[in-house]
Design a protein around this ligand. Sequence first.
Ligand SMILES: [Zn+2]
Ligand SMILES: [Zn+2]
Length: 409
Amino acid sequence: MFPPFLSFSMSENVSSPSVSPLRRIGATLLQWIDSDHTPEGPEKMRAEPDKVDWMRCIPFIILHLGCLGVIWVGWSPFVVWTAVALYFVRMFAVTGIYHRYFSHKTYSTSRVGQFLLALWGGTTVQRGGLWWAYHHRHHHQHSDDPEDAHSPHVHGFWWSHIGWITSRRNFPTDYSKVKDLAKFPELVWLNRFDTVVPILFAVAIYYTGEFLSHAAPSLQTSGAQLLVWGFFISTTFLFHGTSCINSMAHLMGKRRFATTDDSRNSFILAIICLGEGWHNNHHRYQSSTRNGFYWWEIDPTYYGLKLLSYTGLIWGLKPVPKSIMEEAARADHLATIAAAQKAVHAHPDYSYGTLKKVVPAAAAIAVATAATAQSALPKKADDPAIHRDVTEETHNMAKKNPPPVTPGT
Ligand SMILES: [Zn+2]
Ligand SMILES: [Zn+2]
C-alpha cells in the first residue's frame, strides 16, 4: 500500500542515526495521517530527549504562512467577524470540552454527546481529545517539575509556548493515562486520525465562502478569503491564545493559593481564554466546572457550559466545594493584610496626606471585621494532593454522575 521507504518493522528505531533521513521523513509523514503510527513504539519515542523536530514544525509553519494569504484575498467585515466568532466558538471547545470535560470530567454527558463534543473539539486543530487530555493530566501531576512538558520555569518561555509540541517525545498519546476515554473506540479513532476533522472543517469553510459569494454577493467574500480568515488566521490566534495558558499562566498574575506549582490568576488571560486565566484557582481545585471562583472572576466557559446544560446535552456540573471557598477567603484575607503592611513600609507616616491616612484606617477596620468573621472558619480541609491524579478521579465518573431521569431539567 505504501512505498518501500514507508514500511517499517516494529522494532526499528526511526530516530536512531542509522536510519536514513528519507525513512525518517516517511515515518513523520505517515504520522500526520495516523498519529498512532510509531514504528519504534510509543514508550521509546517518549523516552527520547527533548529536541525540536523540524519535520513536526511544518504544520505550524503552513498554518502561519496561510495567514499571509490575506495579501491576495483581502478582507471584508464579514470575514473578520467570522474569524473572531470562530476563535471564540473554538476557544470554548478547547476550554469547555478538551479541558473541562476530556481532561478533568467536570461534568457528564451521554456517549453520543461525548462524540459530538469530540467533533467540536477537533475543529480547534489541537490534535485529538485523548492526546490533549493525556498531556494536560500529566501537566497537573508534574506541574513545574522537570517532568512537566511545558513548564516555562523548567524549559523557558518559548519551549512552553510552542517548542514542546514539536518534540517527538510529546507526540504519542499515552492511552494508559486516559483509560476512561480510551474505552470508547470512536474517541480513539478521532484521536488517531486527528487531521480528519480539521481538514473537513477547512473544506467546509472554503465551500461556505464559495456558496456565499454567489448567494450573498453583498458580503463581498469568496471561498479563498473565508478560508484565510476563518481557518488560517482564526486558528493561528486560537493556537497562540491557548498556548498562553501553558506559558503565561505560570508567569503572569497573582497567586491566591500556595499550590506546589507557580500557577497564577490573570484577568487578561481569562478574557483571551474564556475563563482559563484563573489558573491558580484551577490548580488548587481541578474538579469543578468553573475556574472563576467569584462572580467578578469572569468565566465565559462556565457560563456557556451552564447554558449547554439547559439543553440536556450535558449535566452534573461540579461546584467548588465549600472547604475550597473558605480556603480562598482565608487566602484573600491574609493577602489583604500583607498588602496593607507593605503599604505602611512603603509610605512612612510623614508622607501621608489626610485622605491617605483615612483610607488605610478604613481598610484596617474592614480587615479586622473580616478577621473576626473568619476566625470561626475551620482550618484547611482539603489535601491538594488528592486532585493531582486526575485519571483516578475520572474513573468513577459514571457512578458518581448518572444521567438525570429527565435531561435538561
Ligand atoms: Zn498549569
Ligand atoms: Zn487543568
